[in-house]
Design a protein around this ligand. Structure first.
Ligand SMILES: [Zn+2]
Length: 146
């Protein structure tokens, strides 16, 4: 198989290091997307929003590549996936334990620190499974009264 993208070996930096540690091949495009995504802290993007952002900063990339890249970063433990409903998946650069407010009127997520929510009365998990984590999504609508 012919490699179509050159592997970048001379650059360094935190994004470069984490992609490398995650075992991802350091293509120019993956590095550019990684920088764009991780150099501002703690954000939630969808494949569509991140695609728009990438294109607007001059990275020529297809939505399918964005989608694959976000899934590769997730698989490597660099991102966390937050599924709000069947049709909406966000990718979260904050991979520590936390929960979310979902602002339904503008489709945005906001972090809630893990210690601000206490989950009581979890059922025991089915045989052969362990509870990995509990994600709480608090859905918000616009307060039209105040
Ligand atoms: Zn988050």
């Amino acid at each position: 198989m012919v490699k179509t993208e050159p592997t970048v070996t001379v650059q360094t930096g935190p994004v470069h290091r984490s992609l490398k540690q995650a075992g991802l091949r350091l293509t120019r495009q993956r590095l550019a997307l990684g920088r764009l995504l991780f150099e501002q802290r703690d954000r939630h993007v969808t494949a569509e929003s991140f695609h728009q952002e990438a294109v607007s900063t001059g990275i020529k990339v297809s939505l399918a590549t964005i989608y694959n890249t976000l899934h590769q970063f997730t698989g490597a433990g660099l991102l966390r996936q937050v599924v709000v409903d069947g049709g909406k998946t966000y990718f979260d650069t904050n991979i520590s334990e936390h929960h979310h407010f979902y602002l339904e009127h503008d489709g945005a997520l906001e972090d809630i620190p893990a210690d601000e929510i206490e989950v009581l009365g979890l059922p025991s998990s089915p045989k052969g499974t362990l509870i990995d984590r509990v994600d709480v999504i608090v859905r918000l609508k616009k307060d039209t009264v105040s």
